[in-house]
Design a protein around this ligand. Structure first.
Ligand code: 1PZ
Length: 214
């Protein structure tokens, strides 16, 4: 098991997502990234076969973190302020990646699409039968969401990696939130928050026609 894995609990990840939505219904960037960082740590505990996935997630997290550490950090406080700032200043490549290949908007969109998968995957785990296969839940939800944005070679590699996933109950126990039943309860409590974060971002991106950013 990776160092620190014994103290790691998926509860912290879910708590981070519950802290994302502000009173003004804006999505705060810092807890969003904290949630993703926790997911990456969790993914790393599942084995090196997933490292091509976690590496990409880390790259994206770091791009946005760099904006949060730059002189413009205040503009990246929420997804709403980021979209407003980048669009108003022509910092987003709308047709093809060229001058601004790593805009906050296009990078965040990749995590946002992955959050849709996560939402469906965790819901599938939560409602699945005791003996159901995590790999099946994972590939079904992946095919219904993120796969649509990935080229064949990545879909293939993802499919191979999914086969390494343990059974549902073992997977729920790996979350380190207690028994499988306790993990299911926690998922039920946390998922509405993740759905809300996803929904607000989706509406914002749709409103600004940013859902297909290259
Ligand atoms: C529990 C099992 C984990 C399954 C994870 C399912 C998601 C599979 C995603 C495979 C992504 C592989 C690597 C790179 C993909 C990139 O090309 C894309 C698009 O970025 P671009 O090329 O446009 O810059 N990246 C993404 O779609 C972001 C993927 C982030 C995935 C994070 C998963 C975290 C999982 C947590 C598990 C609890």
């Amino acid at each position: 098991m990776a160092a620190g894995a014994e103290t790691f609990s998926l509860r912290e990840v879910l708590v981070a997502f519950t802290a994302c939505v502000s009173e003004q219904r804006e999505v705060r960037v810092d807890p969003y990234l904290a949630g993703w960082k926790g997911l990456v740590r969790f993914l790393n505990c599942l084995g090196t076969i997933f490292s091509f996935i976690s590496k990409d997630a880390v790259t994206k997290i770091e791009i946005i973190e760099n904006y949060r550490n730059s002189d413009q950090r205040e503009k990246y406080l929420t997804v709403q302020s980021m979209v407003e700032y980048e669009l108003a200043n022509g910092l987003v490549d709308l047709q093809q990646r060229s001058k601004h290949p790593n805009s906050g908007c296009r990078t965040f969109l990749r995590l946002h699409r992955a959050l849709h998968w996560l939402q469906m995957f965790l819901e599938g785990l939560r409602t699945g039968e005791d003996n159901s296969k995590t790999s099946v839940i994972c590939s079904e939800t992946y095919n219904a969401s993120l796969a649509n944005y990935h080229p064949w070679i990545i879909r293939k590699a993802a499919g191979v990696a999914f086969c390494a996933l343990p059974t549902r109950n073992t997977f729920l126990e790996t979350m380190n939130v207690g028994t499988a039943e306790e993990a299911v309860t926690m998922l039920g409590d946390a998922l509405p928050y993740i759905c809300e974060v996803y929904k607000i971002t989706e509406e914002l991106y749709a409103q600004h026609k940013l859902l297909d950013l290259p």
